[in-house]
Ligand binder design. Structure first.
Ligand SMILES: Cc1ncc(COP(=O)(O)O)c(C=O)c1O
Length: 391
């Protein structure tokens, strides 16, 4: 059967060799410490589950969500969050919409905005959804390198004028996957200025906005004056509340962009079970997941201090779920990931999987399953030390 040609635009799976070695190690009964997946290993906080049960018992939720842009009580809770957390006013009726996870919104904003030949500016390394959906919509992703020397923020002055003029979207993601970097409000202000100059819409992906450590608080791009003219921000409950499988997120910001995305999506899906929206609204208004962030902080310290004590040079992230580590001289990302897997039984993700500028790094996630108080991460460090891998 002939498939659509657009499917050919999806790049080959880059973790092929690592996946094969992982499957082999598991089949051989080896005890693998998997630092690959950025999926919270802790359960969703109980009050949110209780609220879901209550909402699920209400027959009002046993139907399609036929509202304009998502369950109103959820969108109102989103607006309250933006006021409380960022002092940003959001009109829940025109400047907010519900998403089935932020991946849904990130993919469909490409389909709503990109015509064949249009450019979208994407961070490299970066979450691959921006690039792949731009390509499937017939557009051309243009990589903005995230370099260590620039704090893993793109150098806007390095974007060629012809690409800036052809660009319709710019994707930014802070706190960042995979580098763990955070953005300043000054950078956000520069990005807003740039977007206005070239008539580009900015998609600000803040999936890790609440996963912060050491008292750090990630800003919203909408805090920048005039940002609402060009910015749509996509935020998610997945990582903030250990709710990845629930599929609940939202978009806020420029009403026109929200409208375009909503129009696109109204022809693609019929949203999720409304009880999920009610439980999510409850979470935004009432629940703190600080205990989980405290656990990540502890794991981060054990992993980073441990690796640095054996000669690595890793920086502690103040947000996100990731430690982004340089690989030693003489290795590619893939070679080094393979060596860690085979010699130490520790699985990490080679940085080139996130784009060409990720080469030379590996990503380690703090969400390791079965870890109690950092014991698995301490063991990972011990195993790497015992393997004799030199740094
Ligand atoms: C940067 C980034 N954005 C968005 C997502 C998608 O999150 P969700 O669709 O669960 O909201 C992820 C998931 O890993 C991510 O890393």
């Amino acid at each position: 059967m002939n498939r659509a040609k657009r499917l050919d635009k999806i790049p080959p799976y880059l973790f092929g060799e690592i996946s094969r070695l992982k499957a082999k190690a598991i089949a051989e009964g080896k005890d693998l410490i998997d630092l690959g997946i950025g999926d919270p290993d802790q359960p969703t906080p109980q009050p949110i589950i209780d609220k879901l049960c209550e909402a699920a018992n209400d027959p009002e939720t046993h139907r399609y969500d036929e509202t304009e842009a998502g369950w109103p009580s959820f969108l109102e809770a989103v607006a309250r969050r933006y006021k409380r957390r960022f002092n940003v006013d959001i009109d829940p009726k025109s400047e907010a919409m519900l998403l089935i996870g932020s991946k849904d919104g990130l993919a469909h904003i490409c389909w709503a905005m990109i015509d064949p030949g249009d450019v979208s500016l994407v961070p490299d390394p970066g979450y691959t959804v921006y690039k792949v959906n731009t390509m499937m919509a017939g557009g051309e992703p243009f990589a903005m390198p995230l370099l260590e020397k620039n704090g893993f923020m793109p150098d806007l002055t390095a974007i060629p004028t012809d690409k800036a003029k052809a660009a319709k979207l710019m994707f930014l993601n802070y706190p960042n996957n995979p580098t763990g970097a955070v953005a300043t409000l000054d950078f956000y202000a520069d990005a807003v200025r740039f977007a206005k100059e070239y008539d580009i819409a900015i998609v600000s992906d803040t999936a890790y906005s609440d996963v912060c450590y050491d008292g750090y608080k990630a800003p919203s791009m909408l805090q920048v004056e005039g940002a609402k003219d060009v910015v749509i921000e996509l935020d998610s409950l997945s990582k903030a509340y250990n709710m990845t499988g629930w599929r609940i997120a939202y978009a806020v910001g420029n009403a026109e962009l929200v409208g375009h995305l909503n129009k696109m999506k109204s022809n693609v899906d019929s949203r999720q079970f409304p009880a999920v929206d009610i439980a999510a609204a409850y979470a935004l208004d009432n629940v703190s997941n600080q205990a989980t962030y405290d656990l990540y902080t502890k794991r981060r310290d054990i992993l980073c201090d441990g690796l640095n004590s054996i000669g690595w040079k890793v920086k502690k992230p103040v947000a996100s779920l990731y430690v982004w580590a340089k690989v030693p001289e003489g290795y590619t990302s893939a070679d080094f990931a393979k060596k860690l897997l085979t010699d130490a039984g520790v699985l990490v993700i080679p940085g080139n999987g996130y784009g060409q500028y990720g080469e030379g790094y590996v990503r380690m996630s703090l969400t390791v399953g079965g870890d109690k108080d950092g014991d698995r991460l301490a063991e990972a460090v011990e195993r790497i030390k015992a393997s004799g891998i030199k740094f």
